[in-house]
Write a protein that binds this ligand. Structure first.
Ligand code: F6R
Length: 617
């Protein structure tokens, strides 16, 4: 997830672009850059690693004369967050510049093709190949125009991308293309914009056009021409933005967290994308041989807070698929109890920030004991992945809200990918079984999108109703147990309400004493089909708490009629496989916590006493 802005018009482009990038910085702050066509056949490019202010510090004080250009704020995927990997990237002549959001899956083959022709690539990114390819296509037939060259190139790309191109010889136009990544056009008076998000241009115009899948747009100061990848005229959707600036950055919501909840279908799809290559699950980085991985006979998962809850789910998948013991432990406890570790132990460290001190120290301890370490992380180049033997990145993009939402579900899907990678290495799953499971994981994005459509509004109404409660309990079994823990953690940290998650079977061993008249109890039901025995047992648990006066809020599979009589409030989620159930079931619990917090008047994005990245033990 990166931020992109492009401009053609009459204002100084540099200032428009920098202001646009400021509004998009929530999409990435690993590096930033701008390219401006100066009208005399030159292309001025400035780039800097780090936040936008680092770029501003290296920009010429006087706006360069150009009125056409583009800018980028990066969330690193391919290549560390350095100056050389910052966008825009150029071709060898320096005439074509490109900015990119997404992942070009076939970039290795394209890179090899270019290198075979003698092209020297100047960065580690997947994006740079697009600049060289467009330069080559344009050079072969300049009269056909930049748009034709872009169309020819994007048709060859696999993966997800928004790309914006400019050419020094075409100072009055920019060309952009999109597939599975966002891109909107802003329509001004004698000026046009493209951006990942309307927030980038809302200062200048509120008239926008949403581009569809696989479309190319050519912008000049007077208008936009939109076609598909084959040059056929394409349909677009014009709309008017009536949000104010603050809301625009948050996608029309009051808080980033609510926007981030909605981004989960995309972050799940992005995290999976490109990890099944020629029938094999591949990680992002692997400094371990297959033999070293095959020698693993025990797995520890270490993480903190929400990431620990994702780790609990890893256990179900890895043990089920690989038949290997998995222990899950909070990172702050792990190294102090002298765990038994050796070369045949794999430690999976999960951390969205990649900087959490407890998890980092657990990684260091594991490595000192010669264990192998695999990191699951949302931050390219962070300390934990740097110190690990293998890395799988979650592609959730930056999470501004302190409470983890989209990074949690992305961690869960990444844990499952690790489970599949291990199963294929150990030979406990055949290639066709791995491919089937992978396809199943891919279906999670649609299932989560359906939950978001169906449950957000009713859950918010329920949350407002229950906001005055003193406490809320959460119960689950099997994969529903980590969901219950996570639902309780979200409510504690956002609404400052006493909340506890329990394995429902433990209820009768103590917690049932907490049940009193009108206490809200959220129950995460397993599927009546996939887990019929557990379903029966949980129904009995609900009866027990209902008999003691609790208000029952039940998250259950659509069509599960048996649960209806026991649910004061029923939240129905789509029927999915057992391992995917935590993904669909945690969405309403995230919405619930955010709305209770809002109803109590708290800042949902910045809960008291908490920080996004905890770099002290
Ligand atoms: C809760 C939350 C925290 C983090 C924990 C680990 O919403 O965000 O519990 O999950 O501090 O952080 P990372 O994943 O950065 O290691």
């Amino acid at each position: 997830m990166c931020g992109i802005v492009g401009y053609v018009g009459w204002r100084g482009a540099q200032e428009v672009l920098v202001n646009g990038l400021r509004r998009l910085e929530y999409r990435g702050y690993d590096s930033a850059g701008v390219a401006v066509v100066d009208g005399t056949g030159g292309l001025e490019v400035h780039r800097a690693a780090g936040p936008l202010d680092n770029l501003v510090a290296v920009l010429p004080e006087e706006d360069v004369s150009g009125t056409t250009g583009m800018g980028h704020t990066r969330w690193a995927t391919h290549g560390p967050p350095t100056d050389r990997n910052a966008h825009p990237h150029r071709d060898v002549t320096g005439k074509v510049a490109v900015v990119h959001n997404g992942i070009i899956e076939n970039f290795a083959a394209l890179r090899a093709e270019l290198e075979a022709e003698g092209v020297e690539l100047a960065s580690d990114t997947d994006s740079e190949v697009a600049a060289h390819l467009v330069a080559r296509a344009f050079g072969a037939d300049p009269d056909a125009g930049l748009t034709a060259a872009v169309r020819a190139v994007v048709a060859r790309l696999e993966g997800a991308f928004t790309l914006v191109f400019t050419h020094a010889d075409r100072p009055d136009e920019i060309v952009a293309a999109r597939r599975s990544s966002p891109l909107v056009v802003g329509v001004g008076q004698g000026e046009m914009f493209v951006a990942s998000d309307v927030a980038a241009f809302i200062d200048h115009t509120r008239d926008a056009v949403e581009l569809g899948q696989d479309q190319v747009v050519t912008l000049t100061a007077d208008g936009a021409v939109v076609t598909d990848f084959h040059g056929e005229t394409a349909r677009t959707r014009p709309f008017h933005v009536d949000w104010d600036i603050a809301a625009a950055e948050k996608g029309g919501h009051d808080f980033f967290m609510l926007k981030e909840i909605e981004e989960q279908p995309a972050s799940l799809a992005d995290t999976l994308r490109g990890h099944l290559v020629d029938g094999r699950v591949v990680l992002d980085e692997q400094r371990l041989s297959d033999q070293e991985l095959r020698d693993i006979d025990k797995v520890f998962v270490v993480a903190c807070g929400t990431a620990y809850h994702a780790g609990l789910l890893a256990k179900y998948a890895i043990e089920h698929w690989c038949r290997i013991p998995v222990e899950v432990e909070v990172a702050s406890e792990f190294r102090y109890r002298d765990p038994v570790l050796d070369r045949s132990t794999l430690v999976v460290a999960i951390s969205q920030s990649g900087e959490t001190a407890d998890t980092l120290e657990a990684v260091r301890h594991a490595r000192e004991q010669k264990a192998r370490v695999l990191a699951i992380c949302n931050t390219n180049g962070a300390q934990i992945p740097r110190e690990s033997d293998a890395v799988l990145y979650t592609h959730a993009g930056p999470e501004v809200g302190v409470a983890a939402t989209k990074t949690f579900t992305a961690q869960v899907i990444a844990c499952y990918l690790v489970g599949l990678a291990l199963a294929q290495t150990f030979g406990t799953k055949y290639a066709d079984e791995v491919a089937r499971e992978y396809a199943e994981l891919e279906s999670s994005a649609d299932a989560v999108a359906r939950v978001l459509e169906a449950v957000v509004e009713p859950t918010r109404a329920l949350a407002r109703d229950l906001a005055p409660s003193k406490a809320v309990l959460f119960l689950g079994r099997h994969v529903g147990f980590p969901v219950a823990l996570e639902g309780a953690l979200k409510l504690k940290e956002l609404a400052y309400m006493h909340a506890e998650g329990f394995a429902a079977g433990e209820l009768k061993h103590g917690p049932i004493a907490l049940i009193e008249q009108d206490l809200p109890v959220v129950v995460v039901m397993p599927s009546p089909k996939g887990r019929a025995i557990l379903h029966q047992k949980l129904l009995s648990n609900i009866r027990e708490i209902q008999a003691r006066g609790a208000r029952t809020i039940v998250v259950a599979e659509e069509g599960d009629e048996t649960v209806r009589p026991f649910a004061e409030h029923l939240i129905e989620v789509p029927a999915v496989s057992t391992l995917l159930q935590p993904l669909v079931a945690s969405i309403p619990l995230q919405v619930f916590a955010a709305e209770v917090a809002r109803a109590r008047g708290y800042d949902v994005d910045k809960p008291r006493n908490l920080a996004k990245s905890v770099t002290v033990e």
